[in-house]
Design a protein around this ligand. Structure first.
Ligand code: NDP
Length: 328
């Protein structure tokens, strides 16, 4: 069956400008880190991407090594782009990244010009695209001069292989340095992609101020702490959950008694607000205007629908915010 996008797709979603750029992103974006590998059911991934787009999620986030095996998520999205999104490319923001290990040898990891440009060429070919909308350096490289890494990003924009560039996992100081180098190359650093959720609030200390100062956007990954910030682990580890899967980044040992106690209290508070915990976790992230988008993952269509419904209540009272701080 050929796909036709819902005519109501722009009715529910909210779009925020990424810093002071011209690009608006949906406040909820979908990442293809887990559940889009060769080991996963393609039709499930396809249904999630199509439903997300029908709900106004225009932004899909990838990386060269999402799978398994590495590259499989880009290949799977490529199939969807060709089959279903052929008429919608200009309504989509597709991002990918390079910075972690991708292929063997000295040229398939970190931040050299050699690696970044070759990796993006591979990503474009897997997805069947002429360009991505955003290309990220996935993590800082302790050895390659930042001038070389940022020079490669600037050239990638100049070559037309990406419309914008961003950085991920950079500290506030590294961010300032990277942005300043890019400025000398007349290239804007569109956005930073850090982790942020109830359990991990490091960006509140300095990073958000730096991003605001620099006019950059912020898209936060793992806003649900990989699923921990939902009610799913309150009665044990469900067999179909991320924590139960082999080779997953969420280990059963990460689900500690202390965390579960906090989750239980947060869950009670969410229910008092008339939301699920997952919805409150997303609404809480979006309380700050410097945050452009919450970058979620999902394993089922109904999870995406539930998250989009968090937009029905984004307001927090001062009492609720202080109750959350107390729990954490
Ligand atoms: P989340 O914290 O949103 O976790 C997603 C997982 O939570 C889902 O796969 C699902 O797990 C569970 N979940 C989601 N919605 C619900 C719900 N409504 N009810 C119950 N459980 C739910 O994000 P991710 O950790 O997946 O990261 C999101 C994206 O961020 C990635 O896809 C990637 O694009 C990006 N990322 C970037 C990184 C970087 O270094 N820049 C690093 C990591 C991620 P389950 O399988 O248990 O159902």
């Amino acid at each position: 069956m050929s796909y036709v996008a819902s005519s109501s797709r722009y009715e529910k979603m909210i779009y925020r400008r990424s810093g002071n750029s011209g690009l608006k992103l949906p406040v909820i974006s979908l990442g293809l880190w887990h559940n889009w590998g060769e080991v996963d059911i393609f039709e499930n991934g396809r249904s999630m991407v199509l439903r997300a787009f029908d709900l106004g999620i225009t932004h899909f986030d990838l990386a060269n090594n999402y799978g398994p095996p590495y590259g499989a998520a880009e290949e799977n999205l490529g199939r969807i782009l060709r089959k279903d999104f052929n008429n919608y490319r200009d309504e989509l923001v597709i991002s990918t990244k390079a910075g972690w290990d991708m292929w063997p040898g000295p040229y398939g990891n970190f931040g050299s010009r050699k690696y970044l440009i070759a990796s993006l060429d591979q990503s474009l070919s897997r997805m069947g695209l002429d360009y991505v909308d955003i290309f990220y350096h996935h993590r800082p490289d302790p050895e390659t001069p930042l001038e070389e890494t940022m020079g490669a990003l600037a050239d990638i924009v100049r070559f037309g292989k990406a419309l914008y560039v961003g950085i991920s996992q950079y500290s506030p100081l590294q961010t300032k340095k990277a942005v300043n180098i890019l400025k000398t190359l007349s290239t804007k650093c569109l956005i930073h992609q850090p982790n942020y959720n109830f359990f991990d609030r490091w960006i509140e200390k300095d990073l958000l101020d730096v991003l605001k100062e620099q006019g950059m956007g912020c898209i936060v990954f793992s806003p649900l702490a990989q699923g921990l910030l939902t009610d799913k682990y309150l009665n044990g580890i469900p067999p179909d959950s991320r924590a139960a899967k082999r080779d997953s980044f969420l280990k059963p040992d990460d689900i500690t008694e202390e965390k579960l106690n906090q989750v239980k209290k947060l869950n009670d508070l969410a229910l008092e607000r008339g939301q699920t915990l997952a919805q409150m976790a997303i609404a809480w992230i979006l309380r700050m205007p410097t945050i452009t988008s919450a970058l979620i993952g999902a394993s089922r269509v109904d999870q995406i629908e539930e998250i989009v419904d968090s937009l029905k209540n984004l307001e927090f009272t001062a009492e609720e915010l202080s109750a959350i701080d107390k729990i954490l």
